[in-house]
Design a protein around this ligand. Structure first.
Ligand code: MEV
Length: 321
């Protein structure tokens, strides 16, 4: 890299997301509630390089165009550079992430968002919200198959949202006295496969599958009501009920079920998988921080590879949003 090249740099940062309720059903126009997950972030930096663009990440290091694994990101970068009327060559991307990938906490949307922000910073460009979500969706649609857009939206937002596909999100004032525990099974799950399998279930077992999807939509609406009335106990029950519906849709896994069971045994008010499932993360609710810690400890003993505890209401530093 020459001296001039070293002066130019672009940086982008993005957080992940936790779906409180409504995953999968949201693909079929049911409402869902999602929270920004700021406990872990993705940071992307761009520096100039000679020749074709290059990417340096924990999952792949090499020429951007040669990565099958990161083809979704490559396609988004191409589209952004075409829009900005600039070359997509000569860019050296470095991705650093503390968000576990393929665990249902929005890593792919966060990587795409951080990359887009880094490109805007590098080329001194500004994008409005519609253009931002358009470009991130290019990547997300390739990763999810049939993405609802919830991950892209919540990663753009700073607050919890009540989301229905193709509608503007509603910001939710989440002021609950309670704690959310997120735990990672350590097992990766493919969103694309899980979404495609539910599509197939709708063909093979339409009545039962549609019923579960509609139930999930109703539970998301009930969750919104109890959040607004501040009833965390009822919210816990609703989350546990939604786990049963997600099981019915075949997107849970033995590891997720085990952690959900462990959390409930350890005193959680409710627990469920979060995100696309088949591995990835689960969430549990606790009334107090001490109880949350007890639940997190039990989850780790039961095999969770990582746990996070976040307040759901006050303005402490570990707040989720
Ligand atoms: C994945 O985070 C959420 C899903 O509902 C897929 C989507 O909405 O795009 C499983």
């Amino acid at each position: 890299m020459d001296a001039l090249a070293q002066t130019k740099q672009g940086i982008g940062i993005a957080h992940g997301k936790v779906i409180l309720i409504g995953e999968h059903a949201v693909v079929y126009n049911m409402p869902a509630i999602a929270l920004p997950f700021t406990a872990a972030t993705v940071s992307v930096s761009i520096q100039p390089c000679t020749g074709e663009s290059y990417i340096d990440s924990a999952y792949y290091t090499g020429p951007l165009a040669s990565s099958e694994q990161l083809n979704h990101l490559h396609q988004m970068i191409q589209a952004v550079c075409t829009y900005l009327e600039t070359s997509a060559d000569g860019l050296y991307f470095t991705i650093d992430s503390s968000l576990p990938a393929e665990r249902g906490v929005g890593s792919s949307a966060a990587v795409a968002s951080a990359t887009l922000r880094a490109l805007c910073d590098y080329f001194d460009a500004e994008l409005d919200e519609a253009s931002f979500t358009h470009f991130v969706s290019i990547s997300e649609n390739m990763v999810h198959g049939q993405a609802s857009g919830i991950d892209t939206e919540v990663i753009f937002q700073q607050s919890p949202i009540y989301f229905t596909k193709d509608q503007p999100p509603e910001t939710l004032d989440l002021q609950l006295s309670g704690y959310l525990i997120t735990a990672d099974t350590g097992v990766t799950g493919s969103t694309k496969e899980a979404v495609a399998d539910i599509q197939q279930l709708l063909i093979d077992y339409p009545t039962k599958t549609l019923e579960a999807i509609q139930q999930l939509g109703q539970l998301a609406n009930q969750a919104k009501e109890v959040i607004l009335s501040g009833n965390i106990k009822q919210l816990g029950q609703i989350l546990s009920n939604s786990h049963l519906q997600l099981k019915q849709l075949t997107v849970s896994s033995p590891e997720l079920d085990q952690l959900v069971f462990t959390a409930l045994q350890a005193g959680a008010l409710g627990a469920k998988l979060t995100g696309s499932g088949r591995g990835g993360c689960m969430i549990a609710l606790a009334a107090t921080e001490a109880e949350a810690q007890q639940i997190a400890d039990a989850l780790q003993q039961a095999g969770a590879t990582q746990t996070w505890i976040n307040s759901l209401g006050d303005s402490t530093d570990d707040n989720l949003y």
